[in-house]
Design a binder for this molecule. Structure first.
Ligand code: CTP
Ligand code: CA
Length: 224
């Protein structure tokens, strides 16, 4: 029996995960989005479920799909929908891992009808979306909170800043300078930074293996 418990160390734990991009509507047929594939978040969901956790996977529009008895998928489209879904589940979660590429801005107004072409140039005014991760950091109680940081320069400094500003327990740094890391590919190279400023660099791996490493790191931190 001890063996089974070792293999399912997250049995009975509830994990909230976000994945994919968000789409911010301009009019009924157009949106502002990004290149996130959702792969990393879906792999984290599978890795967590394989350790026995009950997973809520809140996902933006993606081609990924998963079928696992311990994973409940909650599809959303916009940053506001993702915010609402995440806040529905956060208080009952033990661990939250926010890997979604949430839009930072959205059109201030959404046209009711398709916008017709007219002038030679066209401006869309944008307003900030809510920072989902930051809002969780502000209200977290017992939860272990994990964020991601996508950076192209001064990576460690920026990631450490986000860890602190958003009151995280762990941040996963993704550098777009690393070949084989980032959008659309099935590999990734990440660095974990803990609340106590421990920096753990990892090799380039499949996203599935990065997800397993992340879950092991979280287990280590929780049990420490
Ligand atoms: N995030 C979020 N809600 C937002 C924007 C970001 O929850 N509206 C989360 C992401 O899911 C990620 C973390 O915040 O876990 C960092 O996202 P990132 O884009 O790297 O950083 P930002 O704080 O948005 O800052 P910037 O884009 O200016 O670097
Ligand atoms: Ca951002």
């Amino acid at each position: 029996e001890a063996d089974i418990l070792d293999k399912l160390p997250l049995r009975g734990k509830k994990i909230l995960i976000t994945a994919g991009p968000t789409y911010e509507a301009i009019d009924p047929v157009r949106f502002i989005g990004n290149h996130s594939s959702g792969k990393m978040g879906f792999e984290i969901a599978k890795a967590a479920a394989n350790l026995g956790a009950e997973v809520i996977l809140v996902t933006g529009p993606t081609h990924e799909s998963v079928s696992h008895s311990l994973i409940n998928t909650v599809p959303v489209v916009s940053a506001q929908e993702m915010y609402d879904a995440v806040h529905n589940y956060f208080s009952s979660s033990d661990i939250a891992i926010m890997s979604a590429a949430v839009a930072d801005y959205r059109p201030k107004e959404i046209a009711n009808q398709k916008i017709k072409k007219a002038e030679s140039s066209f401006k869309v005014e944008l307003e900030k979306t809510k920072d989902i991760l930051k809002s969780l950091g502000e209200q977290k109680a017992h939860q272990f909170l994990v964020g991601f940081a996508l950076e192209t320069n001064n990576e460690l400094e920026h990631a450490k800043g986000k860890l602190k500003k958003k009151n995280l327990d762990l941040i996963v740094l993704n550098s777009l300078r690393d070949k084989g890391a980032g959008f659309g590919v099935s590999t990734n190279k990440v660095t974990f930074i803990t609340k106590s400023n421990e920096v753990i660099a990892n090799e380039l791996k499949s996203k599935a293996d990065v997800a397993k490493d992340l879950m092991q790191q979280i287990l280590k931190q929780i049990n420490a």
